[in-house]
Design a protein around this ligand. Structure first.
Ligand SMILES: Nc1ncnc2c1ncn2[C@@H]1O[C@H](COP(=O)(O)OP(=O)(O)OP(=O)(O)O)[C@@H](O)[C@H]1O
Ligand SMILES: O=P(O)(O)OC[C@H]1O[C@H](OP(=O)(O)OP(=O)(O)O)[C@H](O)[C@@H]1O
Ligand SMILES: O=C(O)c1cccnc1
Length: 486
């Protein structure tokens, strides 16, 4: 039997459906639960990550329903009718606080906080992580590459190598919001308004079996022309042919430049630059592609490569050197049988992995004297660090590492996105998100932005948050030590 693919409610792991069933059967499915999404390690050994994924998460939560075909499938899988009847009534009724897309985010700080009836909160975990993990990973990689490209133009060319279609589309969006200027994916242009760009492939030269004819035919129907010059011999054939066609067409085309896609890109770009300049085309740009990433680009720049436009595909869209971000979804508080919220903790022998219980707020502490960030400050829900004259910021594990900050702005990073299931957040345009991402980078010292061995950005807990965590660790240790076995 085949089913229509008309909902994302089953885009989850089976254990979520099974746990939700147990909660429902035990009649605790409506208890309020609070989960947080965070990751423990910034990818690519970068100094920061760029959060992306909120817009799709909003769409997912707004549309969250079990359709007839979902229920029919679950029925066939053997789920009980009464449980299916309950699932049929479900929609997302929770409250979500989240960082905004384009926000800089660091290890161990809550990116999103979901407060919802336990069963609902559990059912949406997998999809939310799926969205946030991928999009944040690609936005971070794109930002890292863009840091190296600097004032040069960066173009996302990865669709053909992406892990399937969703990855190409949402990866193109993540790259754009993190600073890339354009994408080759036309559907991403249509859906998100991202500027689209394109040169031409070797296939076109091969199809005419001649560079001159191929460039001419292209120029006959396109005003903007970038000719790919490396099909036969870049310097002896490709560049001179591009120059010849550009001369022949004169004002009829906008000769934007040439693209190099193989060989020594530093050497070839320098030689090609000379040839273009001497031919009277100083404004023609040199585009480069071929397995580029931030390290190759940095290296090429160090060699004095004369590349103006960087096309980056495989290494960006697949996050080649680190293909997964490990964001997790952890329960931090749950309603008990008396209707009271009880903070919960997950212990680990690794102190960095112990969860931080309780509802929390995240603040970026901006020094008013220089407008740079002193670090992030995680406080409990009822705390407002802005009221402190002298804020103590200490390392959450190595607590002796501490500093005091005065004259600061405590900028809260979470926004309320859904309130009791209603979308209350005015979703920004992609353009606004992109500008926001760029502005956020300005508050970071360069030490956190460098490619290699960046300094560790402080993410600290308030004293009350730290005390609460210690109290729960002790409580759990006490409980475990008192446990007797029959
Ligand atoms: N001057 C350079 N310094 C460092 N890396 C470079 C330089 N020029 C090119 N590269 C990079 O080196 C790699 C060369 O890839 P590869 O071995 O596939 O060579 P190629 O020239 O593309 O050969 P092919 O003709 O088979 O495509 C690419 O990742 C490319 O970006
Ligand atoms: O190298 P990437 O960073 O992944 O960038 C995308 C690559 O896709 C194209 O190559 P492909 O060999 O697929 O097609 P082509 O015939 O147009 O060169 C293009 O020439 C780039 O090299
Ligand atoms: O337009 C291009 O040059 C392009 C597009 C996709 C992949 N590689 C190159």
């Amino acid at each position: 039997m085949s089913y229509t693919d008309d909902s994302l409610a089953l885009h989850t792991d089976k254990y979520q459906i099974n746990m939700a069933q147990a909660y429902w059967k035990d009649n605790i499915h409506q208890r309020k639960a609070v989960f947080e999404i965070y990751f423990r390690k910034i990818p690519f050994q970068n100094g920061y990550a760029v959060f992306a994924g909120l817009e799709r998460a909003i769409r997912y939560l707004s549309d969250f329903r079990f359709t007839e075909s979902d229920l029919a499938y679950l029925r066939e899988e053997g789920y009980a009718e009464d449980y299916l009847a309950y699932l049929a009534t479900l929609k997302f009724t929770g409250t979500v606080r989240s960082m905004q897309e384009g926000e800089l985010v660091f290890a161990n700080e809550p990116i999103m906080r979901i407060e919802a009836p336990l069963a609902e909160a559990q059912l949406i975990e997998t999809a939310l992580l799926n969205i946030v993990n991928f999009q944040t990973l690609i936005a971070t990689k794109a930002s890292r590459i863009k840091q190296v490209i600097g004032d040069g133009i960066s173009m996302e060319f990865g669709t053909r190598r992406a892990q399937e279609m969703d990855a190409a589309i949402w990866g193109a969006r993540a790259s754009y919001l993190a600073g890339f200027e354009a994408t080759s994916n036309v559907r991403a242009g249509k859906l998100f308004g991202i500027p689209t760009v394109g040169t031409h492939a070797h296939a076109m030269v091969q199809a005419y079996r001649d560079e001159y004819m191929a460039f001419r035919k292209y120029a006959e129907c396109h005003k903007d022309c970038v000719f790919l010059v490396d099909t036969y011999d870049t310097l002896k054939s490709g560049v001179p042919t591009a120059i010849q066609v550009a001369r022949e067409f004169g004002d009829k085309i906008n000769f934007m430049g040439i693209r190099l896609d193989s060989g020594d890109l530093a050497y070839l770009s320098k030689e090609a630059r000379k040839m273009l300049d001497e031919a009277g085309f100083p404004n023609a740009k040199i585009y480069a592609t071929n397995d580029l990433d931030e390290l190759t680009i940095m290296n090429l720049k160090a060699q004095g490569a004369k590349i103006d436009v960087w096309g980056v595909g495989t290494k960006l869209i697949t996050a080649y050197d680190q293909p997964a971000l490990g964001a997790v979804y952890k329960l931090i508080s749950i309603e008990d049988e008396h209707g009271e919220m009880i903070d919960t903790i997950k212990i680990s022998s690794n102190p960095e992995k112990i969860t931080t219980p309780g509802r929390k707020r995240v603040f970026r502490i901006i020094n008013r004297a220089n407008h740079k960030s002193e670090g992030d400050y995680i406080a409990l829900e009822n705390e407002d660090p802005q009221h402190e004259e002298r804020l103590k910021m200490f390392h959450p594990v190595h607590t002796h590492i501490a500093k005091f900050v005065t004259n600061f702005e405590a900028r809260e990073l979470h926004r309320i996105i859904f309130e009791d299931g209603n979308l209350v957040y005015p979703v920004p345009t992609l353009q606004e998100i992109r500008e926001f991402a760029a502005e956020n980078l300005n508050v970071l010292w360069d030490e956190y932005k460098r490619l290699l061995n960046p300094a560790e950005y402080p993410v600290d807990l308030s004293q009350a948050c730290w005390n609460n965590k210690m109290r729960l660790i002790e409580e759990v240790q006490q409980k475990v030590s008192e446990r007797t076995w029959a």
